[in-house]
Structure formats: C-alpha cells, structure tokens
Design a protein around this ligand. Structure first.
Ligand code: HEM
Length: 157
C-alpha cells in the first residue's frame, strides 16, 4: 500500500496503527469495553502499570495464535489491531490510564463461533501470563471476575 494511502486510512481511523486491516465503521464508545473500570490504582499497580499490561496482552496474543485448541479461531485475524485494542481494553478496565477505541464484544465476536471450551482455554492462557508477570493472585481473580460476564457476548449461544 502506498504511503499516501496509509496516511489517508490512518486519518480515517485515528487510533489505528500502521499495518492494521480496516474494519467496518463504528462509533467508538467506552461502553464497548464491556465493563466499568476498577477504581483507584491498586489494580494498575498489581499489573505493573501499562508496561506490565502490555506484556500480559502480548503474551496472551502470542499464546492464543499458537495454541492447538483455539489458534485456529485467531488465524487470519488482524494480530496488530487485536494487540492494540486488547491492550486498550485491559488498560481501561484496570484503570491504568487508557481509553478503549475498539468494537463492542458482541460485534467483535459475532462470526467467530466461540464455544465455552474456547473461552476456558483463553482464560487458562491469561492465567499463565498473569502468573509469569507475577500479578498478585487476588488481583488476577478480580480481573477474571471483571471479564467473566462478557462470555454472554463472546460465546456462541
Ligand atoms: C472475556 C473474554 C474476551 C475478551 C475481553 C475479548 C476481547 C476482545 C477484543 C477487545 C477484541 C478486539 C475488538 C476490536 O478490535 O474492535 C477481540 C477480538 C477478537 N477476539 Fe476476543 N475476547 C474475549 C474472548 C475471546 C475468545 C474466547 C476467543 C476465541 C477463542 C476470542 C477471539 C477473538 C478474535 C479471533 C478476535 C478478532 C476478531 C476480528 O478480527 O474481527 N476472543 N476480542
């Protein structure tokens, strides 16, 4: 793609990083993150700030794409965008100073056919990376509880 076209697309989607595929237009909204952020800075500190959250997200994304159980669902989807929007979402929910610019959970997952077992597997991978990041166990569980209600929008009913 020419530099001119890349710059034009970046202007049309102001949050997008170079190399991201275009998605259908939508209006960004904090409610798309699927939950209210924690209050105070305890959770952000437990995840070691934005640098720690970045390590957790990148570790989870790498594991998800390579995973024998759920890798197939991720294959062919834009890893650059997913890494960015997932980071924004986690950082927003953990009250670590970000806003979320991605799609709502129902729209982002509507054609993926995610099943309960896939959700369980992703949670296992997230636990693995939170442990590697040495996130306090109680904070891990608080975060998982924040994500849990989103399964209604993620898992195919
Ligand atoms: C609570 C659990 C989950 C959360 C919080 C979550 C969060 C997200 C976010 C923030 C995005 C990006 C939205 C955007 O860029 O506009 C996304 C996309 C995606 N998610 Fe999830 N997700 C969850 C569960 C899952 C599961 C269990 C799977 C599959 C095993 C999955 C597979 C995907 C895929 C493949 C995409 C890319 C869709 C696309 O490119 O159009 N997600 N998810």
């Amino acid at each position: 793609m020419s530099l001119f076209l890349s710059l034009l697309l970046l202007q049309a989607a102001p949050h997008a990083m170079p190399g991201e595929d275009a998605v259908d237009p939508y209006v960004p909204n904090a409610a798309h993150a699927g939950g209210e952020p924690f209050t105070g800075d305890a959770m952000a500190r437990a995840f070691h700030g934005q640098d720690g959250i970045r390590r957790v997200v990148d570790g989870m994304v790498v594991r998800a794409y390579a995973d024998p159980v759920i890798g197939e669902i991720f294959m062919g989807h834009d890893k650059v965008r997913l890494s960015r929007t997932l980071f924004e979402q986690f950082c927003y929910l953990l009250n670590a100073g970000c806003s979320y610019s991605g799609r709502d959970m129902a729209s982002a997952h509507k054609d993926l056919g995610v099943q309960r077992k896939d959700m369980n597997r992703l949670v296992e991978l997230l636990q693995e990376v939170m442990r590697a990041e040495k996130v306090d166990f109680q904070a891990q569980n608080r975060f998982l509880s924040k994500l849990a209600p989103m399964h209604h929008d993620v898992v195919k009913q």
